[in-house]
Design a protein around this ligand. Structure first.
Ligand code: FDP
Length: 296
């Protein structure tokens, strides 16, 4: 028989998830305050071959230190470092420390993305136990998906945070779209779909160049975000473990849909930590239309 004072596995997982989310929220103001003076590129590349900013490395080191200190976190992995770091035993935490850091110089919105997996890395979509993103916009907000619900928080400069919206659901009537990649590299079927969306009088373009900012537009107003397959990059640009799974999980939990073009992002299986996938997320009807267009 179980000793009532001993937490069950599910309780321990829940406590670790809460500690991870709390740490990310409380670290957001420190990350934000560390951005001035770290806007320039440094002489280094991330494992995907993209040039790093001083701020990418700063946010990565800060989150590795703080998340790695949490009891129940076993592994910390980040888009900014080639290999996972063993920090203890327990859950695997994958982080994109500064999503959209090319928005630093023009001073536009950026994010931090966190995915918590109950499994070894690279994990599968069904091993996700929570996902969240912080959006550094005019205000700092955090969107959290866990236990079948999405909650939006406002994070104050002192690291305290409070619920801004409970039970976030994607609006029924879509009104915004944002598609990444250079248009000449879009495949014909995607371009036809994009033209259809553009010609719908109820739809407006909202594209800022940081996935988190663009996905937050879609969650707020309804619509679709895509970083599609490209003729010169069939897997697109975004990474499964750090971007595709967590964003798919958040949007699906909010009642929307996600796809890699043929299946839910959560069903994508790649055996490389830094593998990429095309990403399509948003209102269910639009994602269904997109999949139908790509099937043709
Ligand atoms: P960034 O390179 O600035 O970090 O995954 C990274 C990302 O930004 C996404 O946030 C964004 O949606 C995409 O790349 C933008 O890519 P393009 O430069 O090709 O538009």
């Amino acid at each position: 028989m179980r000793d009532d004072a001993t937490p069950t596995e599910a309780e321990s997982t829940g406590e670790t998830v809460e500690a991870v989310l709390d740490t990310v929220a409380r670290s957001a103001p420190d990350i934000r305050q560390g951005l001035p003076g770290r806007r320039a590129a440094i002489e280094a590349e991330n494992p995907s071959g993209e040039s790093q900013k001083a701020a990418d490395v700063y946010a990565d080191e800060l989150l590795c230190d703080r998340l790695g200190d949490i009891d129940g976190v076993g592994v910390y992995a980040s888009e900014e470092r080639p290999d996972p770091v063993e920090v203890g035993s327990g859950l695997s935490v994958c982080v994109d420390p500064l999503d959209g850091s090319s928005n630093l110089e023009p001073n536009a919105a950026m994010g931090t993305i966190v995915a918590v997996y109950d499994g070894a890395l690279p994990a599968t979509g069904d091993e996700l136990v929570a996902a969240a993103y912080v959006l550094y916009g005019a205000t700092t907000t955090m969107m959290v998906a866990r236990e079948g619900e999405v909650t939006e928080y406002v994070v104050h400069p002192d690291g305290e945070y409070e619920i801004a919206q409970a039970d976030v659901t994607i609006p029924e009537e879509p009104s915004v779209y944002g598609f990444g990649g250079r248009v000449p590299h879009w495949v014909d079927d995607f371009e036809s779909f994009a033209r259809e969306v553009e010609s719908d009088p109820s739809m407006k373009l909202r594209y800022g160049g940081a996935m988190i900012g663009d996905v937050n537009q879609v969650l707020t107003y309804g619509g679709i975000f895509a970083y599609p397959t490209l003729s010169n990059a069939p897997e697109g640009k975004l990474r499964v473990q750090f971007e595709g799974y967590p964003v798919g999980y958040i949007v699906e939990t909010a009642g929307g849909a996600s796809s890699d073009g043929a299946q839910s992002l959560l069903d994508v299986e790649k055996d490389d930590l830094h593998a990429r996938t095309p990403v399509y997320v948003g209102s269910e009807d639009l994602v269904d239309d997109l999949e139908a267009a790509l099937e043709e």
